[in-house]
Write a protein that binds this ligand. Structure first.
Ligand code: ALL
Length: 325
């Protein structure tokens, strides 16, 4: 009898596998299915599929697989909410049990996913870290190494913050909505926003986590603008939270008076940038991020060598840029 937790993971996994790659039967983690000969199977393990960012990532990966159908099979899967770290660990365990050839992972937690990814590597699986980098100290302590393909989040957030600063003046007050505390990219974005605000003499009166989620950010921003009625802007470490900030400001009758910036470049936020309800965001090219990771995995499977880490592009998105000016 399959334990309840594992059973529900299987359901999620089955529902998110690509049709091309669906492996018959989701086997219990300890059953070990035999390794079939043929094309390598690459498992893409993402975070919340409720976040448009990861849907874009998944679609990019699927399109790549279809264009390279003779090279590999894709198993694309994710979790239901941003903080379901244990479910993401379960997914890696399942991929180990299925003896996939490679795992390309955007970890929900930069520390907690290291041991299970090390276990995957020890089982002979090629592991590539994308999007959110594993924590260097935890990697060093565990002796594990994984190539990283992803953006410089501090630099990206600094660019967004610098643009915001051009619309504010020294001494203005702003609030910062952080990502999940154990996500290295969230921490880097916070630092990048701080770099920009410091350089412009702008005061960050409060910095709190919205845990990457729209609803949480909505609550946090509603409380913060009540507590600090004179804030001039809300800096959000991702676009889901920027949507929450917009909802909170609209609810308080302050949308338009308080500026909002985000990070990701999801379609919903690009529309609000065009409507000038959000000032700016950072396009991370989610569709290409997973592809870079998959290409790394294919190269590693072929050459047996880990390529150097690769920095992926991040572009500032503003209404002017979207209008093509
Ligand atoms: C990060 C991504 C996106 C996303 C966030 C939420 O790793 O880079 O910013 O919004 O995860 O999971």
């Amino acid at each position: 009898m399959m334990p309840q937790k594992q059973f529900s993971s299987c359901l999620l996994l089955a529902s998110t596998l690509t049709a091309a790659s669906l492996t018959p039967g989701c086997k219990p983690a300890d059953s070990g299915s035999p390794k079939p000969a043929g094309k390598p199977r690459i498992a893409l393990i993402m975070k919340s599929l409720a976040n448009e960012f990861f849907l874009t990532m998944e679609n990019g990966a699927k399109a790549h697989q279809q264009a390279h159908a003779s090279d590999y099979e894709l198993l694309a899967n994710g979790i239901k909410d941003e903080l379901d770290v244990s479910r993401q660990i379960d997914l890696v365990e399942q991929m180990i049990a299925q003896h996939v050839e490679a795992i390309v992972i955007a970890p929900a937690d930069s520390k907690a996913l290291v041991p299970v990814c090390k276990k995957a590597q020890a089982a002979g699986i090629t592991v590539v870290n994308i999007d959110n980098k594993f924590d260097d100290a935890v990697l060093a302590a565990s002796g594990a190494k994984f190539p990283f393909v992803g953006p410089d989040n501090r630099k990206g957030a600094k660019a967004v913050g610098d643009f915001l600063a051009t619309k504010l003046k020294a001494g203005d007050k702003v609030v910062l909505i952080e990502g999940a505390p154990n996500a290295f990219n969230g921490v880097q974005r916070k630092l990048g926003f701080e770099d920009a605000m410091k350089a412009a003499g702008i005061d960050i009166v409060s910095s709190q986590s919205g845990y990457w989620e729209t609803d949480k950010a909505n609550q946090v921003v509603a409380a913060l603008i009540n507590e600090h009625p004179d804030v001039k802007a809300v800096l959000c470490a991702n676009d889901s939270m920027a949507l929450g900030a917009v909802a909170a400001l609209r609810g308080a009758g302050k949308l338009g008076q308080v500026l909002v910036v985000g990070y990701d470049g999801i379609g919903a936020v690009q529309n609000l940038v065009k409507e000038r309800k959000i000032l700016a965001t950072a396009e991370q090219h989610a569709d290409r991020l997973a592809i870079f990771g998959i290409e790394y995995a294919l190269e590693m499977l072929k050459t047996k060598h880990a390529p150097a880490d690769r920095e992926t592009p991040v572009d500032l998105i503003t209404a002017e840029k979207l209008a093509g000016k």
